[in-house]
Design a protein around this ligand. Structure first.
Ligand SMILES: Nc1ncnc2c1ncn2[C@@H]1O[C@H](COP(=O)(O)OP(=O)(O)OP(=O)(O)O)[C@@H](O)[C@H]1O
Ligand SMILES: [Mg+2]
Length: 243
């Protein structure tokens, strides 16, 4: 399970985030970027954050720690923006927090470049989880202490919005061309050889177990997430496009 912390102070909204995430301090003295359960994207975005985030971390990709943030909306009572008030009032209870990386810079591919292997592993991972939010317009990559960190996995696991068959999920293509790391597709075959065998059913069960039960809607099971990701990880992985 994820660690749980109690929110103690709402610091500020992060305006660049489409889901109006907020910077929040918690009782463990940590500072977190919080995705609120009551924001427009809904609980499925939080489920995707946890499953993709924990899966990526298990594959060796740098992703800031995720926690469950317990929220009493009262902590934001002095926040003047009515939009923020609405989100907080709709978000009593459990929310998703990501460890805030102070002074991290957005990756722009010019002033600093990652190791090609690291970048190719991120490309492969994004293909596995069908991440549509890693384009140049919206890279969701941070550079911190000379390492590339992946954030914002709310728009992954596209299958959870329509629940096709696992076979259809397995065959869904992935768009590497518009990916912020598209320059590194040469390394995809090596990343595939290394990472695909690591995505076992056991690993997927471990990862999916991190999702709080109350975030999964009644019509769905955690097993369904395992089945769809396992189908995608299995040979022949038609979504891996090697140049
Ligand atoms: N862990 C973090 N450490 C430092 N800054 C962060 C972190 N997480 C997010 N941010 C900053 O907050 C912004 C919004 O976060 P995020 O992309 O996760 O939100 P979002 O609402 O899903 O955004 P969007 O859908 O617009 O991409 C990021 O672009 C980044 O600048
Ligand atoms: Mg983002």
């Amino acid at each position: 399970m994820l660690r749980t912390v109690e929110a103690t102070r709402y610091v500020t909204p992060l305006r660049e985030g489409g889901s109006l995430p907020g910077l929040v301090e918690a009782d463990d003295l940590g500072t977190y970027v919080v995705k609120f359960r009551g924001a427009g994207q809904g609980l499925k975005a939080l489920v995707a954050e946890v499953i993709a985030g924990e899966l990526g971390r298990r594959l060796g990709i740098a992703i800031p720690e995720l926690v469950v943030v317990h929220l009493d909306p009262q902590i934001g009572r002095h926040e003047p923006d009515p939009e923020v008030q609405d989100v907080l009032h709709a978000s009593a209870g459990t929310n998703l927090g990501m460890d805030f990386l102070p002074r991290a810079l957005g990756y722009e591919g010019v002033s600093w470049k990652p190791a090609p292997e690291t970048a190719a592993r991120i490309l492969w991972f994004d293909g596995l989880v069908t991440n549509v939010d890693r384009s140049w317009r919206n890279p969701n990559l941070l550079v911190w202490h000379r390492e590339l960190y992946c954030i914002d996995h709310g728009a992954t696991l596209l299958f959870q919005h329509t629940w096709p068959t696992p076979e259809q999920s397995a065959n869904r293509p992935y768009d590497y061309v518009n990916h912020a790391l598209t320059a590194f597709t040469d390394g995809l075959a090596a990343a595939d050889a290394d990472l695909a065998p690591q995505v076992t059913d056991e690993l997927l069960h471990d990862v999916v177990a991190h999702v709080p039960d109350e975030w999964i809607d009644e019509a769905t099971t955690k097993q369904a997430y395992v089945d769809h990701l396992a189908a995608r990880a299995k040979s022949p992985r038609s979504w891996v496009k090697t140049p």
